[in-house]
Ligand binder design. Structure first.
Ligand SMILES: [Zn+2]
Length: 480
């Protein structure tokens, strides 16, 4: 058995670890002179691209069509759905001038796009044959965050994949919510990220929604991070924008809508879930470079070794792997290992003169740093199976970690204790009353993530706070 790769710093200094890794692994430069805005560096952008490609593929396969809507929202549109505007107006960046001239109507930079789609759906949807309409876009959105901003985790301009759908009936919208949840499961499973799915409490749902389902992951510091949301909008926005369709019997009805979002946090989730003290660890599926080949030169054999490495890379590329050779002359093999481990490259191949003689290579897995030798003729099949094993084990490890840090209790004191220790997610019985729920948040000094959506197990016993018979389980955690 290989000894565990150290995760001390990842676990105990997570905030600094994450901030450092973004710079040192060349993912994001956060020094842009506007607070809450950062630059995706080329390596980080490749990761971003591969992660968003994954969600694009999943959405395309379920009949969603990619589109692109404008950035600006007239204030009159934003104001149409009362709850929505209350929830978002204080968070908007406002465009007030065109050149030197004050605009008659202010424009908001999109904080989300329901009110951008509204007027267009009003024009597009006429008959039941126009439904369902399933669209998505990948854009950046803007929110004037007043909390402390953090690179990727809480920005003022951030990446957003938003899906918007319209349906003929409430049942179809409900089924779409289920489909979106399944889509997100697939997505995070591919990223080897473990999650809890919770129905957010009434007081924490999306502004304008009937209800909100959210995916949360657990960060190493014991705080949860919301990484995906699915909202059932009912007919709220359809009524605000007068989006109706003619039914087969000639009557008209408002459409039923859903929306679902994954932000840059979807990318952060991969970096966070698998990190260790050597850097990030990327699942092969989304790694910009899956295999890095490092020559181990020996005296006058340098040229032969480099040549062999380039040959191997050419072969691997032809076989469909994303492979590169690091043939830099002025860098030692040790420094190269460090460089690529930091950037999370799943597999390293080392080739030296003896390997060439024996017609073999040394393979090192990034997640465990275990080494093995492999005959050249078996290289491609071994790499394929190694990547599969690695993906499976990364996923298992992430789930184990989440389950190990999820606690069940019916004692308020114990819940408080667990939260104050930043132990993880606490699950407790609850009476279902909103006021009591908000008092629980105050009592434990944490947030209620909501009611588990994955399981429908009936709770036994009494509400953790008021002592009335429990109706559901709630999840409690300190959140980002
Ligand atoms: Zn209660």
């Amino acid at each position: 058995m290989a000894k565990e790769v150290s995760r001390e710093r990842w676990r105990n200094e997570f905030g600094e670890w994450f901030r450092d890794i973004l710079i040192s692994a060349e993912i994001m430069d956060y020094r842009y002179p506007i607070k809450g805005c950062g630059v995706w560096l080329p390596y980080g952008f490749q990761i971003r691209k591969n992660v968003f490609q994954l969600i694009r593929n999943i959405l395309d396969a379920t009949g969603h069509k990619e589109a692109l809507f404008p950035l600006l929202i007239p204030e009159t549109s934003l104001a149409k759905e009362a709850e929505h505007v209350r929830g978002f107006e204080a968070q908007c960046f406002w465009v007030t001038h065109g050149g030197q001239k004050p605009l008659k109507i202010r424009y908001a930079l999109r904080p989300t796009s329901e009110t951008i789609l509204g007027p267009m759906l009003h024009l597009w949807i006429r008959a039941h044959t126009d439904l369902p309409l399933k669209l998505y876009q990948v854009v950046t959105v803007f929110r004037y965050e007043t909390k402390a901003t953090r690179p990727i985790l809480r920005m003022r301009e951030f990446d957003f994949k938003e899906a918007h759908t319209a349906h003929a009936t409430a049942e179809e919208a409900e089924a779409e919510v289920k489909e979106e949840i399944e889509n997100y499961r697939k997505f995070f499973d591919e990223l080897c990220v473990a999650y809890k799915i919770s129905r957010r409490p009434e007081w924490d749902k999306f502004a304008g929604a009937v209800y909100t389902i959210a995916f949360d992951m657990l960060c190493p510091d014991g705080r949860t991070l919301q990484i995906g949301t699915v909202h059932n909008l009912g007919q709220n926005f359809a009524k605000a924008f007068d989006v109706t369709y003619e039914k087969p019997d000639g009557t008209h009805e408002y459409v039923w809508q859903t929306c679902a979002g994954i932000s840059g946090r979807g990318i952060a989730s991969v970096l966070i879930a698998h990190g260790d003290d050597h850097g990030i660890v990327l699942p092969p599926r989304i790694a910009p470079i899956q295999i890095i080949v490092v020559p181990i030169p020996y005296k006058e054999k340098g040229e032969t070794v480099n040549k062999k490495c380039l040959e191997v890379v050419a072969k691997l590329k032809k076989a469909g792997f994303r492979a590169e050779a690091d043939t830099r002359e002025d860098v030692t093999p040790g420094a190269k290992y460090y460089h690529w481990e930091l950037r999370g490259v799943p597999i390293r191949i080392e080739i030296g003169p003896r390997d060439i003689e024996n017609n073999e290579a040394t393979l090192v897995r990034r997640d465990t740093l275990t080494r093995e030798t492999c005959k050249m003729e078996a290289l491609e099949s071994r790499l394929r199976s190694l990547m599969e094993t690695m993906t499976r084990e990364m996923r298992r490890k992430a789930w184990e970690w989440l389950e190990k840090h999820t606690f069940q209790t019916s004692s308020l004191e114990e819940a408080k204790q667990l939260i104050s220790e930043r132990a993880g997610i606490v699950e407790a019985p609850w009476c279902g009353d909103s006021e009591c729920g908000q008092q629980i948040e105050e009592a434990v000094d944490a947030r209620i993530l909501g009611v588990p959506e994955e399981t429908q197990t009936k709770p036994k016993g009494k509400c953790i706070l008021c002592g009335k018979p429990a109706k559901t389980i709630i999840r409690i955690a300190i959140t980002y």
